[in-house]
Design a protein around this ligand. Structure first.
Ligand code: PEP
Ligand code: MG
Length: 588
């Protein structure tokens, strides 16, 4: 009998990374099933449970050895391999094995229940440790024991890094650490139930030019592994089990999109300036060194935001000073003679790095993140500052501090930098003593006192993602409030205008490195407000350059003046689209 046709399902989410892709679903189910509790087993059953437990240990070990082999073949960093080795050691741990077997036999219970109980005891033991390093080792134990529990349940262990065939990953949530781990050749795109336009996994998808739709709410309930699926990352449309005719429509759209991308290369070597000669510097945002080639290929004139926190993810322990020098040096040499703005560690909120998961906060977006974390953890901060300074001897580097909320914090950050400089001087290690420093303006309080901040910095860069999160009170990763993400909101526009004016008045460069900078219609307004530098993902560089070359600076200034009195985002949008319809006209 012919297989029944699967139902076609159309879903709409938030398209966060353009591109059209058709492929098979890979549903990432990461939950560990609640272990069943069987007791009063007879002796034969008890021994079967012991055997089952030992078989699951062997299976887990074989899986880990396979992962280790793959990492070695792919020449992944030593750090990744060290984590696998640590997990393999835990699988051989006598206490773990003996306690579980003892519990199965003494209480005559099933293997998963006994193992889960032993895991609970071990986690309590780790949580009580005074030493933070040892406390954090608890998460290694939990991680590998969960694998054994999953193997006992008979369910497959789902991990993005273990994908063997090309697929579109569907998951409830994907963290920035997950995106960092993805095998880019295997993941064609991703879809999530949760998330917003400026959540960091969405930003990563754009950087990796990987189509993605987030905030689909129930995609994990609607799609199954093996389903055929169409993803339109620009419109946020997702079609599960599409008909042949729909597939054909999307195939054509995809061709158009790709030829549009190719046509943009016409602008690559042209200067980025308005028709009346205002020069705007277009820079690239980067998280991983893999993104450098694409940024250079698209003509980025330097790095306007290097999100260094990705160096701290998916690993145990912190990156050493030498390791960081190597990473920064690589970027700066590759971009030379263009400048690289290195942002100091911005962990927290949706970006969790090594050692950070020990800090549980009720409201992490407003918690101990970014510069606050660094000022509290002076050793970590100093190591990074020394590394950046050392790399500055090899090219043009600028340092940028994230989440500055006031002048006091800026001064403290600069004092830490002065200390790092003094140390290097005493050690006779070369660095650029005139290295420029800048502050990100992404907390409303900093925007309000921008005139005071620009007196103490060489440049400022507006982080519109966080600035909007805090000024409009919308959680960046919450799909339920994503509709409130309105860059044309008069409050956002007024804030940007005030910051740009303060910077221009002080003769200090004013950039924007939030996602707003990469959208032509928003970039137009930013230029009109006097922003002189825009930093974005690779694909946006040529789109924005094409726009800037087609407008006049005076015209942009006039329109910015005219929208200043408008009351709502839709009024602003209507005004601009009536005056400048070409801003919204993409050729695909
Ligand atoms: C921002 O907040 O706009 C920004 C560029 O920083 P991040 O997205 O890394 O928080
Ligand atoms: Mg930010």
């Amino acid at each position: 009998m012919a297989e029944a046709k699967k139902q076609v399902v159309l879903m709409k989410g938030i398209g966060v990374s353009s591109g059209i892709v058709v492929g098979k679903v890979y549903l990432l189910e990461r939950g560990i099933p609640e272990p069943a509790h069987f007791c009063y087993l007879d002796m034969a059953e008890v021994e079967r449970e012991v055997d089952r437990f030992k078989a699951a240990l062997r299976e887990s070990r074989d899986q880990m050895l396979r992962i280790k082999k793959k990492m070695e073949d792919d020449q992944r960093g030593k750090e990744h391999i060290r984590i696998i080795d640590a997990h393999l050691m835990i699988l051989k741990d006598n206490m773990l094995i003996n306690d579980t077997v003892k519990l199965i036999r003494e209480e005559r219970v099933n293997a998963e229940w006994a193992l889960n109980k032993v895991l609970g005891d071990l986690m309590e033991f780790f949580a009580r440790m005074d030493d933070q390093y040892l406390r954090e080792r608890g998460s290694d134990v939990e991680h590998i024991v969960n694998r054994v529990l999953l193997n006992l349940s008979g369910r497959k262990h789902e991990s993005i890094s273990e994908l063997k065939t090309q697929a579109i990953v569907v998951a409830h949530d994907i963290t920035p650490a997950d995106t960092e781990q993805m095998d880019k050749a295997m993941v064609l795109g991703f879809l999530t139930d949760v998330g917003g336009r400026t959540s960091h996994s969405a930003i990563m998808a754009r950087s990796l030019e990987m189509p993605a739709v987030v905030g689909l709410e129930s995609i994990t309930r609607r799609a199954e592994t093996g389903d055929t699926i169409i993803v339109d990352g620009a419109t946020g449309t997702v079609i599960i089990n599409p008909s042949d005719s729909v597939m054909e429509v999307y195939r054509k759209r995809r061709e158009k999109f790709e030829s549009y991308g190719r046509a943009l290369f016409h602008y690559k070597d042209m200067p980025c300036e308005t028709k009346d000669g205002r020069r705007v510097r277009l820079m690239g945002n980067m998280e991983l060194s893999e993104e450098l080639d694409s940024l250079i290929e698209h003509g980025a004139e330097g790095i306007g935001l290097y999100r260094t926190e990705y160096l701290y993810m998916n690993r145990k322990g912190l990156p050493s000073e030498d390791e960081q020098v190597k990473a920064y040096k690589h970027v700066v040499k590759r971009m030379s003679p263009n400048p690289v703005i290195i942002r100091t560690l911005d962990v927290g909120a949706d970006k969790v790095a090594a050692g950070m998961d020990a800090v549980k906060e009720t409201n992490p977006a407003m918690g101990l993140r970014a510069i606050r974390f660094c000022l509290k953890n002076a050793g970590i901060f100093k190591t990074q500052l020394r590394a950046i300074l050392r790399a500055s001897a090899h090219g043009r580097i600028k340092i940028m501090f994230p989440m500055i909320s006031g002048v006091e914090e800026l001064r403290q950050a600069k004092a830490a930098l002065a200390e790092a400089k003094a140390e290097l001087k005493a050690e006779r290690i070369a660095f650029d003593d005139k290295i420029e420093t800048g502050a990100m303006i992404e907390v409303p309080s900093a925007a309000v006192i921008a005139d005071l901040i620009v007196k103490e910095t060489d440049f400022v860069s507006i982080g519109t993602n966080d600035l909007m999160q805090y000024s409009l009170a919308i959680d960046r990763v919450n799909e339920h409030v994503a509709y409130l993400y309105e860059p044309f909101h008069p409050a956002v526009l007024r804030t940007i205008k005030a910051v740009a004016e303060a910077a221009n008045k002080a003769g200090v460069s004013c950039g924007v490195c939030g996602e707003m900078a990469g959208e032509p219609a928003y970039a137009f307004i930013l230029v009109g407000f006097g922003v002189d530098q825009l930093s974005m993902n690779a694909f946006s560089v040529l789109r924005v350059k094409r726009l800037i070359r087609s407008i006049g600076y005076n015209e942009a200034k006039r329109i910015c003046k005219a929208i200043s009195g408008l009351a709502t985002a839709s009024e602003v949008e209507a005004y601009i689209s009536a005056k400048m319809p070409e801003l919204y006209k993409e050729e695909f």
